[in-house]
Design a protein around this ligand. Structure first.
Ligand code: SAM
Length: 269
């Protein structure tokens, strides 16, 4: 996969993408990341990338010309082919107004050959970029950042760890929080494992078995695989119920899971 990042702060990416799995994915040749300095696509002495908004109001807005020129220099497939899915490319504008970036979106992007991430700044980006240049707008959460750089780094990290081979043990990315096994969900055969299937992850423990008087839960020490599976599944259900009940609706739940949830709900006074 190739990831192109368009930004007015190219140095920002010297740190975040040079560690851990993102670095590994690049070293293994699974991914290539290219950072484009938007100012290189300006034509005035001051390398101007922003201007005042029409209609008045606060702040400055990123101008369309450098962004269009920058993306045109990348020899991407035409936008209509990208949007129709005829090519495995996507141009993404990072924006607080975008659709929510989720694990599902990360998994979709991980199937592509090329993603282009456009980082906004100031009050945002001339809307013609969203309407005619980008294929989609993505938001990493319901809060406002000062620029799209953090959001681009988050997106790249979440996508690259899903590239086959990027994480040493691939099964671990299939059983994490938010991950849904589509086959299990559609066949109703959920919960063949203790894995996520749309729930939050179950709790993890490591040595020592007792730390400052706090012992690791007995079930995990039992060596009984079925007991461990059930314990993990129930803790994942409890944690999801407590912290993110909204996820239960989309999760792949077995009859056993549903009964357990009824028990938790009934236990609430
Ligand atoms: N005026 C905009 C609004 O109220 O929606 C906020 C602009 S923000 C200060 C500047 C840039 O930061 C945006 O153009 C976008 O690229 C980025 N940004 C801010 N919040 C973001 C979020 N939650 N997800 C992705 N990008 C974000």
């Amino acid at each position: 996969m190739k990831a192109d990042i368009v930004t007015i702060f190219p140095d920002f990416f010297r740190g975040p993408l040079q560690h851990g799995i993102t670095r590994r994915a690049q070293e293994m040749g699974l991914a290539k990341i290219q950072v484009h300095d938007l100012r290189e696509f300006t034509h005035d002495r001051h390398r101007t990338v922003d201007d005042r908004p029409f209609g008045g109001g606060e702040g400055m807005v990123l101008k369309p010309e450098p962004l269009f020129e920058c993306l045109e220099s990348m020899a991407l497939a035409p936008r209509e082919d990208r949007v129709a899915g005829r090519v495995k490319q996507s141009v993404i504008l990072l924006s607080a107004q975008g659709q929510r970036f989720t694990q599902k979106v990360a998994a979709e992007l991980a199937l592509l050959d090329r993603i282009v991430l456009v980082c906004g700044r100031y009050e945002g980006v001339d809307e013609r970029v969203a309407d005619f240049l980008a294929d989609r707008e993505l938001s990493i959460g319901d809060y406002v950042l000062s620029g799209g750089e953090m959001a681009a780094a988050v997106t790249v990290e979440a996508v690259m760890r899903l590239l086959p081979g990027a994480v040493g043990n691939e099964a671990s990315t299939q059983q994490e929080s938010f991950t849904i096994d589509v086959k299990a969900k559609s066949s109703g055969a959920a919960d063949s494992t203790c894995g996520s299937n749309g729930l939050l992850d179950y709790p993890h423990y490591t040595r020592p078995a007792e730390f400052r008087g706090i012992a690791v839960p007995e079930a995990l020490m039992s060596g009984n695989h079925e007991e461990i599976r059930r314990w993990r599944r129930q803790r994942a259900l409890e944690k999801t119920f407590r912290n993110r009940p909204d996820l239960l609706e989309g999760a792949a739940l077995s009859e056993e899971d549903r009964k357990f949830l009824v028990g938790i709900r009934n236990a609430i006074p």
